[in-house]
Design a protein around this ligand. Structure first.
Ligand code: NI
Length: 138
């Protein structure tokens, strides 16, 4: 039997955003996104769960050193987005609509290059307690 296993690291960040698509008119944006399109922004406490899957190393007993994973997430994600206005303060969402979907995909793209190819990476992002996304979802 394989000794592949999933390990998870939770982090969180607070950020403001406004849902607004440059591909829609102002009226279409208002209809599509409702309150989330209000021009003065609103905030969320984002809960981020980073899943790494891989083989247990026979020497260390680890899949990955969780301290290294935590520091990577803090450096690449938390420091970049925490207490920021995603639309105004970040390069990633200058033109990309900062939905939970897009934020999760961006976070995956920020972390993936720093993880060895032997690992599978999955991002779960809670925008509220009841709304969350997973990427990738296969
Ligand atoms: Ni929102």
């Amino acid at each position: 039997m394989s000794n592949r296993i999933a390990v998870f690291r939770k982090e969180h960040f607070n950020a403001a955003h406004r849902l607004h698509s440059l591909l829609l008119s102002d009226e279409e944006n208002a209809v599509t996104f409702g309150k989330c399109n209000y021009s003065n922004y609103h905030g969320h406490n984002y809960e981020l769960i980073v899943q790494v899957r891989g083989e247990v190393d026979p020497i260390t007993g680890y899949v990955i050193d969780m301290k290294v994973l935590s520091e990577l997430i803090k450096r690449e994600v938390v420091e970049r987005f925490d207490h920021k206005n995603l639309n105004l303060d970040t390069e990633e969402f200058k033109t990309l609509n900062p939905t939970a979907e897009n934020i999760a995909i961006v976070i995956h793209g920020l972390l993936r290059p720093h993880l060895d190819k032997r690992y599978d990476l999955k991002i779960t992002l809670y925008e509220t307690e009841r709304n969350y996304v997973e990427y990738p979802c296969e």
